[in-house]
Design a protein around this ligand. Structure first.
Ligand code: CJB
Length: 804
C-alpha cells in the first residue's frame, strides 16, 4: 500500500474519531487511528474469507478457552499483512516512530501463562493455515494483574487494559444471548414428550466482542469472540419500581462481576462460585451462538459433527459437554442417545497438566445450586457411565469411583471430558504417555483410540521474526525466505554449522539483542549488566514444580565459591528471572523474596558482582518476553521430571538460539531428540527415576547431610546473611510436616545441576563451540512451530482443512 493512501486513511480516521487533523493528533490518538485503519483492513479480508468458506460449507473449529494471552496486536497485524514498512514510512512523514506506537500498546493479558499463550499461538496458526476458526473466551475487564516487587514482596495491581486495548474490539450488542443461573427445574409431559423448563433463575446477558486474528501472508482472518456479562435491563425493573433501588443496582453489579477479572491462578484451581459462573457464561453463550450459526447454513443439528469441531482447552470449558447435551435435548428435542452421539463426535479435549491441584472438581451442592439443569444432566451422564464401567470392571469399586464424574460429593471435570470427548490429547510425547500410563490409565484401557499426542508449538513469526528482526534478516540472507512460510526450512541453516563468519554473525546478533535488554534492565531495575556475560534466563510462572528455587540455590552456591576463591576463573554470568506468582501462593512469593534478597547480596558485593549478577524483572508478560528471549544464551527448563506438561518458553528460547539447560521433562525430551546430546545441557533425574525414588522413599535430609555444598546453601537460608531469614523455604525442603518434604526433589537434583552449570561455563569459554550449539538449536526448532501442531490437530482430531 502506498504511503499516501495510508496517510489519507489515517487522516480520515483521525477526523472521524477525534475530530482533529492528523498532524494535531496526540501520540495516543495516532496510535488509535493506526489500529482502526488496520482493523478495517482486517474486516475486509475477513469478509472475503467468510464468504469463501461459507460457499464451500467448510467445517469450522471452535476453540474454547478461558484464557487467550494475546499480548499486543499492532506489530503482529502489520507484519502479517506485509504493511509494516509502508506504515513506518507513512508515519515517519508525521515525525512519528512506529516503534513508539508499539510501545504504548498495552498487552491483552487475558491469560496466566503457557496455556493461554498456546491458545493465542494456535489462533495465529489457524489463520496462517486458512483454517476457519473462532476462539471463544471472556472479555475480562481486568487481565492478569500487574506485578511490582516492593521490599522483595510481590504486590498485585489491577490491569486496566481496556483503556487502550479496546481499540481492537468490536462490540455486537445485537447478538447478546441470555444465560440462566440458579432457579429450579420443572419437568412435565406434553403430547407424550418430556418437557423441561428452568424457572426462577437469574438471567445474565452475554454480549460478544470480536477481536480479529490475522495470519501470515494469508487471505484468512479469524476471530476471537470475547463475552462480557451484563445484567438484562428488564431484570431489575420490578425491584426498581418497588423502590428497591439498591437491590437493583446490586443485582446489576453481581451479573457484571462475572467477566470482571481473570483468575490469576495457574496450574491450580480454587473452587469459587464466581469461577463456575464464568465458565458457564462463556460456554453457554458460545454454544448458543455456534448452534445458531450452524442452523443458519444447515437445516438440522444432525450435521453438527461434520461441520463443527469444538475444542475444550483444558477442563475449564468442560461444561461444553452437558451444555451441548442440554441444547440438543431441551431446545431441539433430540433423544439421549442421538444427542450424546453428536456431543461425542463434536467435542475434543486437551489436557495440559498432571498436577492434581489443577484437576478441576466442584462441590456437588454448589454445582447443583448454580446450574440445576446442567447438574441433572451430569448426574445422568454419571449414572450411565457407572453402569458401563460395572460391565468393564465388575466389582472394582475403587476403579469405578476413580473414573466417575460424580463421586465423594464432587463433580470432576476431567472425567466428564474423558467420558464424552472423541479425542483426548496431551501436549508433549512424555506428557501424553503419562496420561495413558498413569493418571488416565483406566480410561485409556477402555478406549485406547481416544488418546493421542499433539506436542505444543509456537507462533514463531511472533517469537522469532517479529521480536528478533536482526536474526531474521540474516536467516533470510543465509537460507532464503522459505522458513517464513515453513519453519522446517530452518534446518537449511545446518549447512553453516561450522562456518566461522556465520557463527560470528550469530554472536554479533546475540550481542546486539543483549544490549537492548541491558538498556531495559538499566531503565527498569537500575542495574548495569555486562552484555559480555552469559545471559542465563528463567522466565515463566513462579511455581514450586518449575524449581526457580533450584536456580537460586545454585546462585547462592556460586556466591559462596567466589567468596572462598575471589580469583576463580569463570565467565561472568547474569541470571535473569521474570515470573508472576498466584496472589495466594505463599511459597511462590517466598521464592520471589529469596531471588530479591540474593540479587541484593550478590549485586552489592564487589568481590562477586563482576562475575555474577542477578536480575528479577517485574511484570512478566508477552511483550517483556519478546525483549528477553532474543537476548538469552541459556534457557533454564529445570522442572522436576514428569511435571511440566510441555513448556513452550523452551521452544521460543531455542528458536532464538538459546541453549537449553534442562531436565528430561515435557517438550525438553523432544528438543533433545532434535538437537542431540551435544547441543543441550541435560541433568537430573528422569521421570521414571523420580517415580522410583518416591517408591523407594525419598529423604532430602540424606542429601543435605551428604553434600557440604548443598548444606552450606541451605544453612544460608536461615542464617540471616541474606538480610532476612527464609525459614519456611528451608523447612519445606527438609521437614515439611503436612506433605512430603522437598516435594519437587530440589535437593536430589542439586548436585547434578551444579555440575552441569559448571559445564555450561566451560563451554561458553569456547565461543565457537557455543555458537555451534546455538546454531543447531535454531536450525532444529522448526518442529516446534504452531503450524505443525495445528496441522496435527486439524488432521487427527478436528478433521478440518484449510480453505483454498
Ligand atoms: N499450563 O499454563 C498452564 N496452566 C494450567 O492451568 C495448566 C497447564 C501449561 O500449559 C502449557 C500449554 O500446554 C504447557 O506447555 C505447560 O507445561 C503447562 O504448565
Amino acid at each position: 500500500m502506498q504511503k499516501e493512501k495510508i496517510l489519507s486513511l489515517l487522516s480520515e480516521k483521525c477526523m472521524q474519531s477525534f475530530g482533529c487533523d492528523l498532524d494535531e493528533a496526540t501520540k495516543q490518538q495516532t496510535y488509535r487511528a493506526v489500529c482502526l485503519v488496520v482493523r478495517d483492513l482486517l474486516v475486509q479480508t475477513r469478509n472475503d474469507f467468510c464468504s469463501r468458506y461459507e460457499k464451500q460449507q467448510a467445517k469450522q473449529v471452535y476453540y474454547m478457552s478461558m484464557e487467550f494471552l494475546v499480548g499486543t496486536s499492532l506489530h503482529n497485524n502489520l507484519y502479517n499483512l506485509g504493511l509494516e514498512d509502508s506504515f513506518r514510512a507513512a508515519l515517519a512523514d508525521l515525525n512519528v516512530d512506529l516503534d513508539d506506537l508499539y510501545e504504548i500498546e498495552p498487552d491483552a493479558g487475558l491469560g496466566n501463562g503457557g496455556l493461554g499463550r498456546l491458545a493465542s499461538c494456535y489462533m495465529d496458526a489457524m489463520s496462517s493455515l486458512h483454517i476457519p476458526a473462532t476462539g471463544f473466551s471472556l472479555r475480562y475487564e481486568f487481565g492478569i494483574f500487574k506485578q511490582k516487587i516492593i521490599d522483595g514482596w510481590q504486590m498485585e495491581f489491577p490491569d486496566n487494559w481496556l483503556d487502550m486495548g479496546d481499540v481492537w474490539l468490536i462490540p455486537r450488542k445485537e447478538d447478546a444471548v441470555e444465560v440462566k443461573f440458579g432457579g429450579q427445574v420443572h419437568e412435565w409431559m406434553q403430547d407424550g414428550k418430556l418437557k423441561i423448563e428452568q424457572y426462577d433463575y437469574t438471567p445474565v446477558l452475554a454480549v460478544p466482542y470480536d477481536m480479529f486474528i490475522s495470519g501470515y501472508d494469508s487471505g484468512a482472518v479469524n476471530k476471537l469472540v470475547l463475552w462480557s456479562a451484563k445484567s438484562p435491563s428488564n431484570m431489575d425493573m420490578n425491584a426498581f419500581s418497588r423502590g428497591d433501588y439498591v437491590k437493583a443496582i446490586e443485582q446489576n453489579a453481581m451479573a457484571e462481576a462475572i467477566s470482571k477479572v481473570l483468575y490469576p491462578a495457574d496450574d491450580h484451581v480454587e473452587g469459587k462460585i464466581l469461577r463456575l459462573k464464568q465458565q458457564y457464561l462463556f460456554v453457554s453463550a458460545s454454544l448458543q451462538s455456534i448452534v445458531k450459526n450452524h442452523l443458519k447454513h444447515f437445516d438440522s443439528l444432525d450435521s453438527l459433527p461434520q461441520k463443527a469441531a469444538i475444542h475444550i482447552n483444558d477442563t475449564h470449558p468442560a461444561l461444553c459437554v452437558p451444555e451441548l447435551l442440554r441444547i440438543l435435548l431441551d431446545d431441539y428435542g433430540y433423544d439421549w442417545d442421538r444427542a450424546w452421539d453428536i456431543c461425542q463426535n463434536t467435542l475434543a479435549y486437551t489436557n495440559h497438566t498432571v498436577m492434581s491441584e489443577a484437576l478441576e472438581r466442584w462441590p456437588e451442592y454448589l454445582f447443583r445450586e448454580q446450574l440445576p439443569r446442567i447438574y441433572q444432566l451430569v448426574a445422568e451422564i454419571n449414572r450411565r457411565l457407572v453402569n458401563q464401567l460395572n460391565t468393564v470392571y465388575p466389582g472394582d469399586l475403587a476403579k469405578i469411583e476413580y473414573m466417575a464424574v460424580i463421586a465423594n460429593n464432587e463433580v470432576r471435570m476431567a472425567n466428564l471430558c474423558l467420558a464424552c470427548c472423541h479425542k483426548v490429547n496431551g501436549v508433549s510425547k512424555l506428557h501424553s504417555d503419562i496420561l495413558k500410563d498413569s493418571i488416565f490409565h483406566d480410561y485409556y484401557h477402555i478406549a485406547p483410540d481416544k488418546f493421542t499426542n499433539v506436542t505444543n508449538g509456537i507462533a514463531y513469526r511472533r517469537w522469532l521474526c517479529q521480536s528478533n528482526p536482526k536474526l531474521t534478516e540474516k536467516l533470510r540472507e543465509w537460507i532464503g525466505d522459505g522458513f517464513l512460510h515453513d519453519a522446517n526450512a530452518l534446518e537449511k541453516l545446518m549447512k553453516y554449522y561450522d562456518k566461522a563468519n556465520v557463527l560470528q554473525d550469530l554472536q554479533k546478533i546475540k550481542r546486539y539483542n543483549k544490549e537492548v535488554l541491558c538498556n531495559y534492565i538499566a531503565r527498569s531495575n537500575g542495574i548495569n549488566v555486562d552484555p559480555n556475560s552469559i545471559f542465563d534466563v528463567q522466565i515463566k510462572r513462579l511455581h514450586e514444580y518449575k524449581r526457580q528455587l533450584l536456580n537460586v540455590l545454585h546462585i547462592m552456591h556460586l556466591y559462596c565459591v567466589i567468596k572462598e576463591n575471589p580469583n576463580l576463573d569463570i565467565p561472568p554470568r547474569t541470571f535473569i528471572f521474570a515470573a508472576k506468582a498466584s496472589a495466594g501462593y505463599f511459597m511462590a512469593k517466598q521464592v520471589i523474596r529469596l531471588i530479591d534478597a540474593v540479587s541484593k547480596l550478590v549485586n552489592s558485593d564487589p568481590a562477586v558482582r563482576e562475575k555474577v549478577k542477578v536480575v528479577f524483572l517485574e511484570d512478566y508478560k508477552v511483550s517483556l518476553a519478546e525483549i528477553i528471549i532474543p537476548a538469552a544464551d541459556i534457557s533454564e527448563q529445570i522442572s522436576i521430571a514428569g511435571k511440566e506438561a510441555s513448556g513452550t518458553g523452551n521452544m521460543k528460547l531455542m528458536i532464538n538460539g538459546a541453549v537449553t539447560l534442562g531436565t528430561l521433562d515435557g517438550a525438553n525430551v523432544e528438543i533433545h531428540e532434535q538437537v542431540g546430546d551435544d547441543n543441550i545441557f541435560l541433568f537430573g533425574l528422569t521421570a521414571p527415576e523420580v517415580e522410583e525414588l518416591w517408591k523407594k522413599g525419598y529423604n532430602p535430609v540424606e542429601y543435605y547431610n551428604g553434600n557440604l555444598e548443598l548444606r552450606r546453601v541451605i544453612d544460608m537460608l536461615t542464617s540471616g546473611v541474606l538480610g532476612s531469614r527464609f525459614d519456611e523455604i528451608a523447612k519445606s525442603l527438609l521437614t515439611n510436616s503436612y506433605g512430603a518434604a522437598d516435594a519437587y526433589m530440589t535437593l536430589a537434583d542439586f548436585d547434578s545441576y551444579v555440575r552441569k552449570q559448571e559445564e555450561v561455563g566451560r563451554t561458553y569459554l569456547d565461543k565457537r563451540k557455543f555458537f555451534n550449539m546455538s546454531l543447531v538449536n535454531i536450525a532444529k526448532a522448526g518442529l516446534f512451530s504452531a503450524d505443525r501442531a495445528v496441522t496435527e490437530y486439524a488432521d487427527d482430531i478436528w478433521q478440518v482443512k484449510g480453505i483454498k
